[in-house]
Design a protein around this ligand. Structure first.
Ligand SMILES: [Fe+2]
Length: 301
């Protein structure tokens, strides 16, 4: 078994004002609510039962990050690898009942990750009426780690992820799963946390729709639209109501010739001279993007 992980599964956030983030996620981004219960709301952009799960809490923080496995057997295989990779297995059940199997583990750096079997999905009738932009699906997530090389190795050993590209100083790493997107996970060097969660757009004009919707609530993009060099995807970023950074991204490169692909190592690190190494069209990353950090909640006791 090579890849145990196929794609990004879901994002769970602890949120002080759940109602505000639900409203923005529905009216501006274009998600829809799939379940609402006391202190917890599930949202999705498509026919999947859950992509973004919000828990009412007394702090805004990343709670856990779920990856979708290639199969139920892959979940069991990954669980058996957790301890040897230096991490702690904390659950052998899925956190969401729309998954048949799942397991959660905590890393020494303080990330809570889950690998779960595919989320229950309706492939027809998945588009809902919304004034928002309406992305296609959760695409990838960039997390922050003080030890990115260790985090990368955990992902390789436990989930069978592969490295697609990295900066020579490990400032950024991009890793892929079985769906062959250039990255489903980015690892940014820094204090443990979330850098951004990203949704796939159907077409470039969606950025116009999203920017105009943000304008109606006195908000704007903090970077983009543009096109990244690593991954070759288009992008635009804004900060959501709980302080986490949201990216919308499109047309990410696929790595199809998987066994022959050699990870690209970026050696041109000096700003702003390396702008075309990092960004195809124009402006380099602004300071608020480079310095953004959203905390990761302490693992549940
Ligand atoms: Fe991204």
């Amino acid at each position: 078994m090579s890849y145990l992980v196929n794609s990004m599964g879901h994002v769970q956030l602890n949120v002080v004002d759940v109602d505000a983030l639900v409203k923005e996620s529905c009216d501006i981004l274009g998600l829809h609510v799939t379940r609402e219960e006391s202190g917890c709301v599930w949202l999705s952009s498509n026919g999947r039962m859950a992509e973004l799960v919000l828990h009412e809490a007394n702090e805004n923080a990343m709670r856990s990050l779920g990856f979708e496995a290639v199969s139920e057997a892959a979940v069991a295989e990954a669980a058996a690898r957790v301890e040897e990779a230096g991490c702690k297995l904390v659950s052998t059940d899925p956190s969401l009942d729309c998954c048949v199997t799942g397991m959660q583990f905590v890393t020494p750096q303080g990330h809570t990750f889950e690998l779960h079997s595919p989320v229950q999905t309706e492939i027809y009738g998945s588009r809902k009426p919304t004034p928002g932009m309406a992305p296609l699906r959760l695409d990838h997530v960039n997390i922050m780690s003080p030890e990115p090389a260790e985090t990368r190795t955990q992902m390789e050993k436990i989930m069978g992820m592969r490295l697609s590209e990295r900066m020579v100083d490990d400032g950024l790493n991009w890793m892929r799963g079985a769906n062959r997107l250039h990255h489903i996970l980015g690892i940014v060097k820094g204090e443990t946390g979330l850098h951004h969660y990203s949704w796939e757009v159907a077409e470039f004009s969606d950025y116009c729709h999203l920017g105009d919707r943000l304008d109606t609530i006195e908000k704007n993009f903090i970077w983009g639209p543009g096109r990244h060099r690593p991954g070759d995807n288009t992008f635009a970023y804004y900060i959501d109501t709980c302080g986490a950074m949201v990216e919308c991204a499109g047309n990410m490169a696929l790595i199809n010739d998987d066994d022959r692909y050699e990870p690209n190592i970026i050696t041109a690190l000096k700003r702003p001279e390396n702008v075309r190494v990092m960004n195809v069209w124009g402006e380099p990353a602004p300071l608020p993007w480079r310095e953004h950090h959203f905390p990761w909640a302490a693992p549940a006791a």
